[in-house]
Design a binder for this molecule. Structure first.
Ligand code: PLP
Length: 380
């Protein structure tokens, strides 16, 4: 690399690490010294802080965002013969957990403006599932790139069919819609603390939020092998799904700076919007939404080849990423599951044309201006 090409990380976790400084070292070392490695007091403390922040009665922490989805589906006792509706344009985990349980993920198209599940396509898919002899049971809406899905529309549709709604909020923790925080929309919300997510730990972690006492109780049992009065009393089939004490200690420190980080992410998104709006359509927030800006994602116009665009940015030291290059309905392992009548043309279009720019709360203005200028140049 020539010296005048900057080395810009896509997500700079080390900048956050430097910002938090010795408070993190102290938190980690003290958890190590205390020796309560499994379900130590930090886990409970984190759960109560996050529940309050998310406007939910219960937070059940767990091993990762995929297991968070699984805990809910297991607690809901989903089974073969049912259909669970998922957007085709999402990370694979959303559909994967449904398939684990022998249930059918039913692929629905998304909206181009929000990247999230399209309520009209959802209605059609429910009709299709019924026609195919499946029992429409639940909807997993995904808050892609940080913006909450249209929960008021989704909840109305769910209510009309006696279905539940789960929010896969792996990318949106900290966001809101119509004044409601993520964690309080739908019947239950899952999230992930994977390092690159808006609130990430230093390994794997996740959580489920709900107001439903019974659901929370079942998930608490499920995450420790279906325990009853103790872990050697097994009242249901569960899993090892706990969050480590160490990760909880790390998250407690990161949570202190999280509100400021959300503000910084919004400022950075605003700066991108302002800098790029004359050359490309910039991401939209819809329905009074705020976003956690897990990703800042553009849709490239048809005349721009994405690989060439990414290569030209990379040559100037600007990393980009594609989330996600193939819609789930076209993935080898998932193509045999049902897809809504009319297909998922928007998901397909987005998979072929989206590209994400560097986004993290510690992105400096001059670095960001450099990125903006490179993107503008390449788009010319
Ligand atoms: C990251 C992610 C998950 C899975 O979270 P893990 O902690 O990596 O298991 C699920 N759904 C979406 C939308 C995600 O982005």
């Amino acid at each position: 690399m020539t010296p005048n090409i900057p080395n810009i990380p896509f997500i700079d976790l080390q900048a956050q690490r430097r910002h938090i400084g010795s408070a993190m070292d102290d938190a980690v070392l003290s958890a190590v010294h205390d020796g309560k490695y499994i379900m130590g007091p930090q886990v409970k403390e984190l759960e109560s802080k996050l529940a309050e922040f998310a406007g939910a009665k219960h937070c059940v922490s767990c091993s990762n965002g995929t297991d968070a989805l699984a805990l809910v589906l297991m607690a809901k006792s989903v089974r073969p013969g049912q259909a669970i509706f998922v957007p085709s344009f999402t990370f694979v985990a959303t559909a994967e957990v449904v398939a684990w349980l022998g249930t059918k993920p039913f692929f629905v198209d998304v909206d181009e403006d929000s990247f999230n599940i399209n309520p009209d396509s959802l209605k059609q898919a429910i009709k299709d599932a019924t026609d195919q002899g499946l029992e429409p049971t639940g909807i997993i809406a995904v808050d892609l790139f940080g913006q909450p899905a249209n929960y008021s529309a989704i909840e109305d549709i769910a209510a009309a069919h006696n279905m539940w709604v789960m929010a896969d909020a792996a990318q949106s923790f900290g966001a809101s819609r119509d004044g409601k925080p993520v964690g309080s929309m739908g019947h239950v919300t899952s999230t992930s603390f994977f390092p690159a997510k808006p609130l990430g730990c230093y390994g794997d972690g996740g959580a489920v939020f709900t107001d439903d006492d019974e659901l929370a109780e079942v998930m608490v049992s499920m995450r420790v092998h279906g325990k009853g009065t103790d872990k050697y009393d097994n009242v249901r089939i569960g899993m090892n799904g706990r969050l480590d004490t160490l990760q909880a200690a790390i998250l407690l420190e990161k949570f202190k700076v999280f509100p400021d980080e959300l503000k910084a992410r919004q400022k950075i998104a605003d700066r991108y919007n302002e800098g790029l709006k004359d050359v490309i359509k910039t991401p939209q927030l819809i329905g009074n939404a705020t976003s956690a800006w897990a990703q800042y994602t553009l849709i490239l116009p048809e005349n721009i080849n994405r690989d060439d665009f990414a290569a030209a940015c990379k040559e100037k030291g600007v990393p980009t990423a594609v989330y996600y290059p193939i819609p789930l309905s076209q993935q080898k392992a998932y193509a045999h599951y049902p897809t809504v009548t009319g297909g998922t043309s928007i998901a397909e279009k987005l998979s072929a044309s989206v590209i994400s720019l560097p986004m993290h709360p510690y992105l400096e203005s001059d670095t960001q201006d450099y990125i903006i200028n490179v993107v503008k140049d390449v788009l010319k």
